[in-house]
Design a protein around this ligand. Structure first.
Ligand code: ADP
Length: 493
């Protein structure tokens, strides 16, 4: 009988279950959208029980759709939106507050307070992270402070904390396993990157009781078995943060391998193997994965507005009717003729870190048309990505030989060719678009012997298309100088 791996991709906007066969083919997908709540501007919350229900729903749906029996599923891999925080009652299993989503800014004051008290550098040194409400620690603090009696109950061992991997594992094992993996824990701001253990000084700073924290485990191992869900217990065999899962799914196993996901924003990750590289350009350092006790570290940078800039062309400027139209419109002209769009609608991230800067369109002439603005907007995704790649190269001393890409906007061939030209680097789009779920599946499959090694996985990697750099060096430098000037201009504005 054919065997399969079931990947759960618990994302911010939806939960999906995807079945993979041994050749990495997608056999079936089921998806359930999730509600987000915005109690105040800048706050984002979700109902953790709804997330669990969506997970159960999509698991059964994908099995029903494909006619595959649970006995044919040899392992479950869970990948998840990172940092999103839930605290629940150990006895009843009921969350004591909504899950606070990674984007939410409601715990900002705790970070500001620690900054004022001079702890920013120490936290960065220990965790590799920037002191920001994005990460879980301040979200736990928020919940313990805003639910009556929660701090005391946490100290008494009555409450448990988890990111979504931990929550789903706990629910799937009927409360038996309270664990997380190093990739997820490295985003909590409570773990020391060197020891890969919770750090007493950090726990004291955040006043988070150790007894509420999940046990830290490898990214690929059998943590436990489903209980009371299927006819046959299924091993849960990987827990991994979504961006790290995509890096694994893209088979970026060597030092200097980079992937970029072009979604609403961009997420760039570089594998730095056993080296913890502290960035001087505002990138964060965390764990990629740990397999059989061997840890791969990563450097990570993000672009706040990427595909969102294409949505802006569609929804705010109304000069394209769908995102994909941006490709054909960009290609209908041979150059932007000096027009640059800097879509820093929510400030500039790495390597500039100017949160208050606004966006701009520069270099307009009487001859500028809609198509110039569309093309310049698409190009801005590539320029912003290049800024992060250059920072990664500088921080790591590693030359990036090629970049593997995924995400919605990676369908745009014009964008990827321009990206390759501007970076002077090969850009590779893989055949499987679901690299996040695939990464979780691979990690689970390795743990249960479905795949034997990373080498065997690497052999399965199928390229959909490779983009080779073809721009003259002088032109490349000219383009990049123009972008630098445009960014400098808006930083002055
Ligand atoms: P997310 O996971 O962040 O929601 P996706 O990976 O689904 O994002 O990608 C969606 C984004 O990609 C949208 O912002 C959309 O505007 C953009 N996008 C989709 N197709 C294209 C395209 N052909 N060219 C440029 N951008 C695109």
């Amino acid at each position: 009988m054919q065997k399969y791996i079931l990947a759960i991709d618990q994302g911010t906007t939806s939960t999906r279950a995807i079945l993979f066969d041994h050749e990495s083919n997608i056999i079936g997908i089921a998806q359930k959208e999730l509600d987000n709540y915005y109690p105040q501007p800048g706050w984002v919350e979700q109902n953790a029980n709804d997330i669990w229900a969506s997970c159960v729903g999509v698991m059964f749906e994908v099995l029903a759709k494909t006619g595959i029996k649970d006995s044919q599923v040899v392992g479950i891999g869970i990948t998840n939106q990172r940092e999103t925080t839930v605290v629940w009652d150990k006895e009843t299993g009921m969350p004591i507050y909504n899950a606070i989503v990674w984007q939410s800014r409601q715990s900002n004051s705790y970070c500001e307070d620690l900054k004022k008290r001079g702890f920013e550098d120490k936290i960065k040194e220990k965790t590799g992270l920037l002191l920001d409400p994005y990460f879980s620690a301040s979200k736990i603090r928020y919940i313990l402070d805003h639910v009556d009696g929660a701090q005391k109950r946490a100290e008494n061992g009555e409450l448990l904390f988890g990111t979504m991997d931990t929550w789903l594992l706990w629910k799937m094992t009927n409360g038996k396993k309270h664990m997380s993996d190093v990739s997820n824990v490295s985003r909590t701001m409570l773990m020391n990157l060197k020891t890969l253990e919770y750090d007493d000084e950090l726990l004291t700073l955040w006043n988070v009781p150790r007894c509420m924290l999940p046990e830290i485990r490898d990214t690929s191992e059998v943590y436990g078995y489903t209980e009371g869900l299927f006819d046959h217990p299924i091993p849960i065999a990987s827990l991994v943060g979504d961006q790290q899962a995509a890096l694994f799914g893209q088979t970026c196993f060597e030092a200097g391998n980079v992937k970029n996901t072009y979604g609403t924003g961009c997420f760039l990750l570089m594998n730095t193997k056993d080296k913890i590289i502290h960035s001087r350009n505002g990138l964060v350092t965390c764990v990629g994965w740990r397999i059989n006790g061997i840890c791969d570290y990563i450097l990570e940078g993000s672009v706040f507005v990427a595909g969102a800039a294409i949505q802006w062309l569609r929804d705010s400027l109304s000069i394209i009717s769908k995102s994909s139209e941006s490709e054909q419109r960009a290609m209908s002209i041979s150059s932007c003729e000096g027009v640059y769009v800097v879509p820093s609608f929510t400030g500039l991230g790495a390597p500039y870190w100017k949160p208050k800067v606004k966006g701009g369109i520069l270099g307009l002439t009487r001859g500028t048309t809609q198509n110039h603005i569309i093309r310049a907007t698409v190009e801005s995704l590539a320029y912003q990505t290049s800024d992060v790649v250059f920072a990664m190269q500088e921080d790591s001393g590693l030359k990036i030989e090629k970049m593997l890409v995924d995400g919605g906007a990676s369908k745009n061939n014009f964008l990827l060719q321009f990206q390759s030209d501007i970076l002077n680097t090969e850009v590779v789009r893989s055949n499987i678009s679901e690299t996040t779920a695939l990464g979780a599946a691979y990690l689970a499959g390795l743990a249960v012997g479905f795949w034997k090694s990373k080498g065997e996985i690497k052999e399965q990697f199928q390229i959909a298309r490779t983009f080779q750099p073809s721009m003259e060096e002088t032109s490349r430098i000219q383009h990049l100088n123009g972008w630098k000037k445009a960014v400098n201009a808006i930083m002055e504005f």
